[in-house]
Design a protein around this ligand. Structure first.
Ligand SMILES: [Zn+2]
Length: 709
């Protein structure tokens, strides 16, 4: 094809809607709603099918495949793809591809590395099958729904007939395609991206778990609006620079919201339409919502508004000088339109602050605990991630964030005060003693860095990382040399080989149970790997090399490592609603023993043992004599560890810089999780969304949450 040695283009331009089709039929938004997405160039097969995504246009309700769009067609290349059209399925395919890729690239930019989808479980239960492409079905459902399926590794979009509150809002009976809404696409892809980084976050173990998933997906969709220059300038001109007033940028899914009978958009980060007056009013933060609201989207909007308020605060301070210039020093803008130059400069400030916040929000994911995330944990992650990138906070981003969370009554647990200093997830212990014990690990991490640094293919990175975790043979550096594959022991083995484990410090820092003869009685399984006989089972999910370039230009090499453990716990509740931990079992397909806690010896836990002779998971057999007591569930603990490589004066040391830990032995957390899973329907998320709490933790969380959104 290319015989003129022309370099590949950097971008592919694709036309699309900035919001959704409904804004193209209103005169004041029609112009700004059509935009051109700029996607980093990749060769595409019909579909489109690229390196990250595979658009498959099968419509089950009409039992038809729509012809896949060919974006390599010269006619389409020459005109930035198909023009926006509600009736052309090929444009729908182009639109989902354009927005999904935009979202992926924003993530990669913030993280400084390529993303992966969460791996598929193979039948044996170990999750190791690589997923190169997320599947996207633009016309999968005939209902007002769209969702990410963690099991199918797909995003399914629905379409439906509108039933608007007032006919002038949307044509009644007109078809609404969720795959044409920027906000819905970005939201769903973000669920998939978040699942790729933290696959335990789809488990509803805390009121905040699913709400966090929802909030985060909305935050990404919202802040992407600020990368649309034309929209940004228009909205700044319209609101005369006041982005805290009602505007398109702070609203999500206009068409969808109106089509299902809302007065306005589906969600609005800034305000809401008063049901009585039908007028828009700004939302005032309060500390009761966080205590009372449990529905994931509504609870999610508390976090979204905290982040959005932070942005508005920072933006407002950044444009204060421009306002003074435009108002001749008074700060009060004269009547009439702003000068286009002022609008342009304000838009630049808005886009800079929004970009900073979006990157901060995504980067914070690296500093989150591996499971059971709360809003308080996320605040700490945001502060730590930002601090780790730059120690100075000239623009006061961190203070603004803390304030916004405080105004909503969101406080991290076990924190003495809300200062930046105490919110940082620094390891509390003096880790100097550990440093000497890391010596062998340093070599292991450096080898990992050496093997992984120059790889670009996502699957290759995944496979080599897997070998580093489990042990095995690394492929030779290049296919042409005759070197033999190099055998390495895995990280599992490396960790247990260290006298690290013996000291007890590592246990304390990671919140895991790593030694002792009685780990089975504590509900923790023993490893089946031969060299690790009688060692407690651990799972390593993440092992990543991260290069962070800080604003002063220095490069920091970090290793991020996630170690987790699971434990079978049984809680019982008395008639007065008091919950206590009754005992433990080792989670497995066939549970063999139940260890009930007895005695009150404070220094040593004692157990009585019941043999379980029936299969209890996933379906307990009712009526059999020996089954687990009701109220059993899988409880997880563990830690996200962040190491600085190249540490110390001669850059030959390594430092454990941050440990973000959820203790596996935390009985308060066990009781809390029990209440979430088995509590009265009002406060049991699982009863509301999943029916049977025990079996459905890993089913389709978003299909149910998103119904009628
Ligand atoms: Zn969602």
């Amino acid at each position: 094809m290319n015989n003129r040695n022309t370099p590949q283009p950097s971008y592919r331009k694709l036309q699309g809607y900035a919001f959704d089709p409904s804004l193209s039929i209103k005169i004041d938004t029609a112009l700004l709603n059509s935009m051109v997405y700029k996607i980093p160039w990749e060769c595409l097969q019909h579909g489109p099918v690229g390196d990250y995504l595979e658009v498959i246009d099968w419509d089950p309700s009409s039992k038809a495949f729509y012809r896949p769009v060919d974006l390599e067609d010269p006619a389409l290349l020459a005109q930035d793809g198909l023009p926006p059209s509600e009736s052309n399925p090929q444009f729908h395919q182009q639109m989902v591809y354009a927005v999904a890729m935009t979202t992926i690239k924003n993530f990669e930019k913030a993280l400084g590395r390529s993303i992966n989808w969460s791996p598929k479980r193979n039948p044996s239960g170990s999750e190791s099958e690589y997923v190169r492409r997320l599947r996207i079905y633009p016309h999968a459902l005939r209902e007002a729904n769209a969702y990410y399926s963690p099991i199918k590794k797909s995003v399914l979009f629905g379409y439906f007939d509108a039933t608007p509150e007032r006919p002038e809002m949307t044509m009644p009976g007109g078809t609404v395609y969720t795959c044409l809404s920027h906000d819905i696409i970005a939201h769903e892809i973000t669920h998939a991206l978040l699942d790729g980084m933290h696959r335990r976050y789809v488990e509803a173990t805390h009121e905040d778990s699913l709400a966090f998933h929802e909030a985060f997906a909305d935050i990404v969709a919202l802040f992407q609006h600020f990368t649309f220059d034309k929209v940004l300038e228009e909205q700044i001109a319209k609101t005369r620079g006041n982005l805290g007033s009602q505007n398109l940028l702070g609203q999500l899914a206009q068409e969808f919201g109106k089509a299902i009978g809302h007065y306005g958009s589906l969600r609005d980060a800034l305000g809401e339409i008063n049901r009585e007056t039908k007028l828009w009013e700004p939302k005032k933060p309060n500390t009761t919502d966080y205590q009372l609201i449990m529905e994931p989207h509504e609870r999610g909007s508390i976090l979204v508004s905290a982040i959005f308020e932070t942005f508005i605060n920072i933006y407002t301070r950044r444009i204060a000088d421009l306002q003074r210039i435009a108002s001749g020093g008074s700060g009060i803008l004269p009547e009439g339109s702003l000068h286009p130059d002022i609008v342009h400069r304000m838009a630049r400030e808005a886009s800079k602050s929004a970009g900073h916040i979006l990157r901060m929000c995504v980067r914070a994911l690296d500093y989150c605990p591996p499971m059971d995330i709360t809003y308080g944990d996320y605040l700490r992650a945001l502060i730590t991630a930002d601090y780790d990138m730059m120690q100075d906070d000239e623009k006061n981003y961190r203070i603004a964030l803390i304030e916004a969370f405080q105004r909503r009554g969101i406080y991290p647990e076990k924190i003495r005060n809300m200062s930046v200093e105490s919110l940082l997830c620094r390891t509390e212990e003096n880790t100097d003693q550990l440093e000497t014990k890391f010596k062998d690990l340093i070599e292991f991490f450096k080898l990992f860095k050496e093997k992984i640094s120059y790889l670009t293919d996502r699957e290759q990175i995944f496979n080599i990382t897997k070998t580093f975790i489990t042990g095995g043979r690394l492929p030779p550096a290049s296919a042409t040399n005759n070197l033999k594959p190099m055998a390495i022991s895995g990280l599992h083995e490396e960790l247990f080989r260290q006298d690290l484990i013996g000291s007890g410090d590592f246990e304390r820092i990671t919140g895991l149970i790593l030694k002792g003869d009685d780990v089975e009685q504590l509900g923790i399984g023993l490893s089946k790997i031969s060299w690790a006989k009688r060692k407690p089972k651990i799972e390593i999910h993440n092992f990543k090399l991260v290069n962070r370039v800080s604003p002063d230009g220095s490069v920091v090499n970090q290793i991020i490592l996630t170690i987790t453990q699971r434990r079978g716990v049984v809680c019982v509740e008395d008639d007065f609603g008091n919950v206590r931990v009754d005992g433990f079992y080792v989670p497995a397909f066939d549970v063999t023993h139940y260890y009930k806690k007895t005695g009150n010896n404070p220094t040593r836990q004692e157990f009585t043992l019941t043999k379980i002779n029936k299969r209890v998971t996933p379906d307990p057999v009712p009526g059999s004599e020996a089954v687990l007591p009701d109220g059993y569930f899988i409880f997880r603990g563990g830690s996200t560890l962040i190491f600085d490589l190249d540490y110390g004066a001669s850059r030959d040391k390594m430092k454990l810089k941050y440990a973000i830990t959820k203790n596996i032995d935390d009985e308060e957390r066990m009781k809390k999780q029990y209440r979430i899973m088995f509590g009265t329907p009002d406060n049991s998320l699982n009863a509301t969304y999943f029916g049977d709490a025990k079996t459905n933790l890993e089913a389709e969380p978003f299909a149910i949450i998103h119904k009628a959104l």
